[in-house]
Design a protein around this ligand. Sequence first.
Ligand code: ATP
Ligand code: MG
Length: 551
Amino acid sequence: MDHNSNFIRTIMKEDLETGKHKEIITRFPPEPNGYLHIGHAKSIVINFGLADEFNGKTNLRFDDTNPLKEDQEYVDAIKEDVKWLGYEWDELRFASDYFEEMYNRAVLLIKKGKAYVDDLTPEQIREYRGTLTEPGKESPYRNRSVEENLDLFERMRNGEFEDGSKVLRAKIDMASPNINMRDPVLYRIYHATHHNTGDKWCIYPMYDFAHPIEDAIEGVTHSLCTTEFEDHRPLYEWVIRECEMENQPQQIEFGRLNISNTVMSKRKLKQLVEEGYVDGWDDPRMPTISGLRRRGYTPEAIREFVKETGVSKSSGIVDAAMLEHFVREDLKLKAPRTMAVLRPLKVVITNYPEDQVEMLDAEINPENPEMGIRQIPFSREIYIERDDFMENPPKKYFRLFPGNEVRLKHAYFIKCEEVIKDENGEVIELRCTYDPETKSGSGFTGRKVKGTIHWVDAKHAIPAEFRLYEPLINDADENEKENEEKTFLDCVNPNSLEIVQGFIEPNMKDVKPYDKFQFFRHGYFSVDPKLSTKEKPVFNRIVSLKSSFKL
Ligand code: ATP
Ligand code: MG
């Protein structure tokens, strides 16, 4: 449990106590090049959560420095997801709001002899950079005069040069043991339309140059990011210092969230969407916030899960079962319990009067009696689950089979008297008898049965569709191969979605999108917001009831 202490909170507390900062200011800085995923939820909870604790502020800032990949659709989706997770940003900002300021700071670097325009091609720049064991080589353009650099940089801005023909680079140290410090590129040319600034710019700043300036402009005190940026920290500090920024934010890294059997990279998620493996970014199998929402996850469950994973420098792999655990916990007392038959088999109760219908009382949630009582109709024809009948059962099968008696949940004992089959020998109907003495709640103690099964009344039940999910990715170690180009698409589970048609209790006739239920023995389900109709609701299974996960 890491609710009480983590190293970032400790730093913030000290900075307030020593008077280094008067207020904590953080930011959540997504690039609008895809939808947010559960990994981003971790960054959101940490940034907003910690600032909240100290009565500080958090900005939502879009890091929109690459017009080739960014889109307004993503901006809108990200805003919706952050709000849905339960957070309010102080200010909404865009990196592109600061393009002019960034340009001026780059000019300052040139004037100080700390930046130069380079004509090497991208391939040459890569070659000249050297390796971990070999120092880099200086570009022949490195010692251009300040005047020439100022002139060329202005002309880059004015659109005089082709994409890729020139870049602006920091002049630091080509022999630095830290490759990030070997004259990193600060600006590149893209003749591309930007979602915010349109065609105003054709040069765009690199992340490593833009990010510290954005943080400093906004007065961010603690710039929290994931550990892959640890080696970039000297450059972050170099930019703040050499650009003479007034505020000096501190970059602090924490370990990424990884989850077993889960792809956690916008690039890969985008590929799943674009290549049709899933039905959009909000497909209920996706680990996106919008996918989890549509599946039926609650913001509370996601926040509690993320908190439980803690804040540390290391990034282990969390078992996907842990996320499921938290949604069960959240819904246990909130979700009404009802019965749904997913794969129906008709049962005729031959000794039940033809035209009679009786209403049975059932608790809505035995763990939360305040939720009250619902009524369920019962009559001569019902549906049970196909799996709850076997003609030739193995030992220890306690559900229905010829001659056996079971309890119908909330109703009576029934006994299987006859099996009706079609011409292919498939069971299509059962004939049973019921015992009126055994009514649920009547205190009947005459004899016991070993199995209790669920059912719905055939005449009154509402048809419904159920969507049952398995992990989208079969390989538990997917995230460990992050850098390998061996395609993760090979691990896509072809059986990740099963659609079945069944019935629900008639008291559920007015369900609305995102309503959540616990279907007896089947798990937690949520009404799909896109596919449901008034006539036929569609339910996504959030999770089954059983869990092997122990906290
Ligand atoms: P991806 O690799 O999925 O594209 P990203 O890091 O490039 O993610 P950004 O939009 O740059 O995506 O991320 C915004 C913030 O969310 C960053 O501060 C980033 O560190 C954080 N973040 C992204 N993925 C995770 C994760 N798995 N765990 C924790 N924080 C994350
Ligand atoms: Mg990124």
